[in-house]
Design a binder for this molecule. Structure first.
Ligand code: HEM
Length: 544
C-alpha cells in the first residue's frame, strides 16, 4: 500500500527514528524525479523495496564519477608556468619587488607566452605577435579584465543598465558627437585658455608650480565640461570639481581595498564598494550633484520636445544623445542612468587625458633641445596666442603630435603590463598551440612592445621626439601605436584625447618658457601599484 509522505510540518512535529527519515527521503526524491501521476503512484508503490541508503549510494556514485572525470579530463596544452620558490605567496614577492626584472627574465627564459602564479591566481603574459592576437580576437574581453581590477561599472551602479559600456562607446563614436566636438572647438579652446590663465597665471617672473598636473586637470575639466554639459555648467565650480576629482576618489578607495584582492576578487569588489560607501559616499554625492544641476536642462528639453514635436530642432549635443537613449530604452528620462553614463565618461576621459598632458609636459620641460623646433611649429601653424585654435591647425601640428606620441609610448618606465583581457570562450588556443582556460586574465608584455626595434625603429628604448613625424598620427592605432589599445575595443575617445593634449601643450608652449626644477626627480611614480606620470614641480615664465 502506498502511504502518503507526511507533510513538512509533520516532519518537525513527529519524532522520527533514523530509518524512517531515510525512507521518507527516498520517497521525496522519487516524487521529485517522477513526472506523471501514474508513474508517481507506481514509484510510491515501490518504496518498500528501495534501500534506505539509496541517497547515500547515489551521492558516493556521483563523487566517484566526478573524480574519474577530473583525472581523465582533457588536459589543456597550457603555456609554461614559471616555477616558484615560495609555496603560498608564489611569485607575488618576486613580481612586486622588481616587476621589470621578473617579466624580462621570464620572457627571456620561456618565450612569448608564459604564466605565473601571484597570490591565488594564475596570470598569463603574452608578447609580440601573440599580444596582437590578444587584441584582435573577440574571444578576449578587455572590459571583463579591467572590471576585475577596477570595477568601475559595479561601483557606479552602471552594470544595472543594459550594455552600459557599449552604449557609452556608441555615444562617443557617433557622428553627431564628433560634429558637436568640432562645433564646440572655439568655445572649449577659450575655456581651456581661461583655465590655464587662471590656474598657472601670467608668470611675469619665474614661478615654480609644484602641482602642475592638478591645475591642468582642472583647466581641462572646464574645457571637457563645456563640450559635455554645455556653456553654462562648465563655469559651475561644483561641476568642474566633479569632473576633476571623481577618478581620484575611486583610486583612493581602491588603495584601501587592494589587499583584499589577494584573497578573492569578489571580496575585493565588495570591500571596494564598502570603502566608497563608508562616510559621505562620494559616488552617490557626485551622482546627486550631476542630477541636481542637469535636471532643469533635461526637463526643459523634454518639455520642448513634447510641445513642439517635429517642428522642434534639438541641439545635437551629448545631452540630447542621452535623452534619446533614455527614451528609446526606458520610454522616459532616467536620471540615475544618465548620472552613471556621465560618471563613467568622466572616469574614462579626464585622468587619462591629463596623464597624457603631464607626461608630454615633463618630457618637454626636461628636453631643451626640442624647444626651438616645437615653438617654431607653433608660430608657423597658429601664430598669435589670442587667436582661436581651429581643428585644422591642431591637425597640422605634426611635430607636437609625434612628441606626444613618443612620450605616451615610453611613459611609465616601470609599467610592465597593459590592461588585462579575460578569456571569454570555453578555452582559447593561441596560434602557437598553447591553450588557456576560460576566465584566465591575460596581460600584454609592455616591455617587449616598447623595445621592439622592428616596430619603433632605431634605439627603441630611447626617447626620440620626432620619431613619428610623417608616419601615423597619435590618434591612429596600429601595431606600432598601442597607447590607446587596438582592435574592436580600441579607445573610442582617442581623437578627443589627442586633440585636448595637443591644444593644452600648444597654449603652454606658446605662452611660457617651461623648465624642470629638479632633474633627479623621476618622471613617473608608482601609485598603489600603478605607474603614473609624476606631477613634477616645473618653472613657468612668460615668454617674451
Ligand atoms: C590619453 C588619454 C587616453 C588613453 C591613454 C586611453 C586609453 C584607453 C585604452 C588603452 C583603452 C582600452 C583599449 C583596448 O583594450 O583595446 C581605452 C578604452 C576606452 N576609452 Fe580611453 N583613453 C584615453 C582617453 C579617453 C577619452 C578622452 C575617452 C572619452 C571621451 C575615453 C573613453 C574610453 C572608453 C569608453 C573605452 C572602452 C572602450 C570599449 O570597451 O569598447 N578614453 N582607453
Amino acid at each position: 500500500m502506498c502511504t502518503a509522505p507526511p507533510s513538512l510540518s509533520s516532519y518537525s512535529a513527529t519524532p522520527l527514528v533514523i530509518d524512517e527519515v531515510a525512507v521518507y527521503r527516498t520517497q521525496l526524491i522519487q516524487i521529485v524525479v517522477t513526472s506523471d501521476v501514474k508513474s508517481l503512484t507506481d514509484s510510491c508503490a515501490l518504496y518498500p523495496i528501495v534501500s534506505p541508503y539509496a541517497l547515500d549510494v547515489l551521492f558516493l556514485g556521483a563523487v566517484f564519477l566526478i573524480t574519474i572525470y577530473w583525472f581523465h579530463r582533457p588536459e589543456l596544452n597550457e603555456p609554461p608556468l614559471v616555477p616558484c620558490e615560495y609555496p603560498l605567496v608564489r611569485h607575488s614577492f618576486e613580481f612586486l619587488r622588481n616587476p621589470r626584472k621578473f617579466v624580462k627574465q621570464c620572457h627571456e627564459q620561456y618565450g612569448d607566452i608564459f604564466s605565473f602564479y601571484s597570490y591565488r591566481q594564475v596570470y598569463t603574459v603574452v608578447s609580440n605577435s601573440l599580444a596582437y592576437e590578444l587584441f584582435r580576437t573577440a574571444d578576449f574581453s578587455f572590459r571583463d579584465g579591467f572590471e576585475e581590477r577596477f570595477p568601475i561599472g559595479y561601483l557606479t551602479g552602471s552594470t544595472l543598465y543594459p550594455d552600459y559600456l557599449d552604449s557609452l562607446t556608441n555615444l562617443i563614436k557617433a557622428d553627431r558627437f564628433h560634429r558637436h566636438v568640432e562645433n564646440c572647438q572655439s568655445r572649449s579652446y577659450r575655456e581651456l585658455r581661461c583655465g590655464i590663465d587662471q590656474l598657472i597665471g601670467d608668470c611675469e617672473e619665474t614661478k615654480v608650480i609644484n602641482d602642475p598636473e592638478e591645475r591642468l586637470r582642472y583647466a581641462l575639466s572646464r574645457a571637457v565640461a563645456n563640450i559635455i554639459v554645455g556653456e553654462d555648467l562648465c563655469k559651475d565650480d561644483e561641476i568642474v570639481k566633479t569632473f576633476a576629482t571623481f577618478a581620484a576618489v575611486l583610486v583612493r578607495a581602491r588603495s584601501l581595498s587592494q589587499l583584499t584582492y589577494t584573497i578573492h576578487p569578489r571580496l575585493y569588489r565588495e570591500y571596494f564598494k564598502l570603502a566608497l560607501n563608508y562616510g559621505d559616499n562620494p559616488v552617490q554625492r557626485h551622482k546627486d550633484l550631476l542630477i541636481k544641476k542637469l535636471k532643469p536642462i533635461f526637463e526643459k528639453r523634454y518639455r520642448d520636445m513634447q510641445q513642439f514635436g517635429d517642428k522642434w530642432k534639438p541641439p545635437d549635443d551629448p545631452i540630447q544623445q542621452l535623452i534619446d537613449y533614455c527614451l528609446e530604452t526606458f520610454g522616459k528620462l532616467h536620471y540615475d542612468c544618465i548620472a552613471c553614463r556621465l560618471l563613467t565618461l568622466i572616469f574614462a576621459s579626464i585622468h587619462t587625458t591629463t596623464g597624457g598632458i603631464t607626461s608630454a609636459l615633463n618630457e618637454y620641460a626636461a628636453r631643451p633641445e626640442y624647444w626651438k623646433e616645437l615653438r617654431e611649429e607653433q608660430e608657423a601653424v597658429v601664430g598669435d596666442l589670442d587667436s582661436d585654435l581651429t581643428m585644422d591647425q591642431v591637425n597640422k601640428m605634426e611635430k607636437l603630435d609625434s612628441f606626444v606620441k613618443e612620450s605616451l609610448r615610453l611613459r611609465g618606465d616601470g609599467n610592465v603590463f597593459f590592461i588585462p583581457h579575460r578569456t571569454m570562450s570555453k578555452s582559447y588556443t593561441f596560434s602557437n598551440g598553447y591553450q588557456i582556460p576560460k576566465g584566465r586574465l591575460v596581460f600584454m608584455n609592455l616591455i617587449a612592445y616598447k623595445e621592439d626595434q622592428s616596430l619603433h625603429g632605431d634605439e627603441p628604448k630611447k626617447f626620440s621626439g620626432f620619431r613619428h613625424v610623417n608616419k601615423s598620427p597619435l590618434s591612429k592605432v596600429g601595431r606600432d601605436s598601442m597607447s590607446f589599445g587596438l582592435g574592436k575595443h580600441a579607445c573610442p575617445g582617442r581623437s578627443f584625447a589627442s586633440k585636448h593634449i595637443k591644444m593644452t601643450l600648444s597654449i603652454l608652449i606658446r605662452k611660457y618658457d617651461i623648465s624642470i626644477v629638479d632633474e633627479k626627480l623621476p618622471k613617473s611614480i608608482v601609485v598603489r601599484g600603478i605607474n603614473v606620470p609624476a606631477s613634477l614641480p616645473l618653472a613657468f615664465k612668460k615668454r617674451k
